[in-house]
Design a protein around this ligand. Structure first.
Ligand SMILES: [Cu+2]
Length: 332
């Protein structure tokens, strides 16, 4: 496609200017060792904390975010809630519910959910009661085993992402992971991905938003950025959250159509990417399956018309609706 070269050049320029500060984790992984050492970010929202902390307790220091229900003394505990609500607490090293949180990206708590089959992604912001109980209209949109990620920074502590499984009873038809693609649609918007994620090193990923064939050049800030990118690893739902280069209002960051990220996948394998962006007052989520490293890694679905994920050639849109809780959408 015509814009591929231009997009690549754009991303490269950003990489030179901003460096690799936003890499998603300096995590050693069990599948394929990273080609280089540490970067400055972890699995959480914080730009300077997260999974890569070194020198304290053991194995957690080497894990991506979201894999643990309890880490560094903090534990994610769902609590009973009325029908239609989801509620939880985070208990701290003293065993009590944490009530003091730092604001990160406009919120003290980011709750991300996805089914274990990577469908049904939602990103919501609960409200905290004085006793430390967080409540939100349930984002668990239907039956299945869901992974709920709490992404937060306890005041005085480091950024953390804890994860817990939550089962919603009922009949479920599991969805195979949609095939890798570099273009998808959501609510009439087309989002195209340029760049190939890499295991163990930072890669530039540029997402470009258009509608009706016209580039969208008036994206709206959402939680302090023109886009938020979450990646979940197929197989264990390891969680990565990255923010784009530049911020709204910094005098150099344009409000679309491109939103560029530096992302580092913790291992080879398949990932589902979820881009939250805001336009016309509505936040939408565009989803892609991508493959870091070998496209023949176990569990990687066949590509639709492109030999490797991230190749900037348009493919069909397998899952434009999956972000809205519609499971079982066909592809191939
Ligand atoms: Cu959030």
């Amino acid at each position: 496609m015509n814009t591929a070269t231009k997009l690549s050049g754009f991303a490269l320029g950003l990489a030179v200017v901003f460096g690799a500060t936003y890499g998603v984790g300096r995590v050693a992984d069990p599948v394929s060792p990273p080609a280089e050492a540490a970067h400055d970010a972890g699995g959480g929202h914080g730009d300077d904390g997260g999974a890569g902390h070194e020198g304290d307790n053991g194995a957690a220091a080497h894990l991506p975010g979201g894999l643990l229900v309890s880490d560094r003394g903090y534990t994610l505990r769902p609590v009973d809630a009325p029908a239609g609500q989801f509620a939880f607490q985070v208990t701290g090293p003293d065993g009590r519910a944490v009530t003091a949180y730092d604001v990160a990206h406009d919120k003290r708590m980011h709750l991300i959910v996805a089914r274990r089959d990577l469908s049904g992604f939602r990103h919501v912001h609960p409200e905290m009661a004085p006793d430390g109980t967080w409540r939100v209209d349930s984002p668990l949109a239907g039956p299945g085993v869901w992974r709920a990620f709490a992404d937060f920074t306890p005041t005085g502590g480091e950024a953390l992402t804890l994860g817990v499984d939550v089962t919603v009873p009922g009949a479920l038809t599991g969805r195979p992971l949609p095939a890798p693609a570099t273009s998808t649609t959501v609510d009439g918007y087309t989002v195209t991905l340029a760049g190939a994620p890499q295991p163990g090193r930072t890669a530039e990923l540029t997402l470009s938003v258009s509608r009706g064939g016209a580039p969208v050049t008036d994206l709206e800030p959402y939680l302090g950025a023109y886009g938020h990118l979450v990646a979940l690893r197929q197989g264990d739902l390891a969680y990565l959250h990255v923010h784009p280069h530049g911020e709204p209002g910094d005098g150099r960051t344009r409000p679309g159509p491109e939103v560029s990220f530096s992302a580092e996948m913790p291992s080879a394998g398949a990932y589902r990417l979820y881009l939250d962006f805001k336009h016309g007052g509505v936040v939408r989520t565009a989803e892609f399956t991508v493959v870091a490293g070998s496209p023949t890694a176990p569990g990687v679905p066949a590509a639709t018309g492109t030999p490797t994920a991230g190749t900037p050639a348009a493919t069909s849109s397998p899952t434009a609706d999956a972000g809205h809780g519609v499971p079982g959408h066909g592809h191939d």
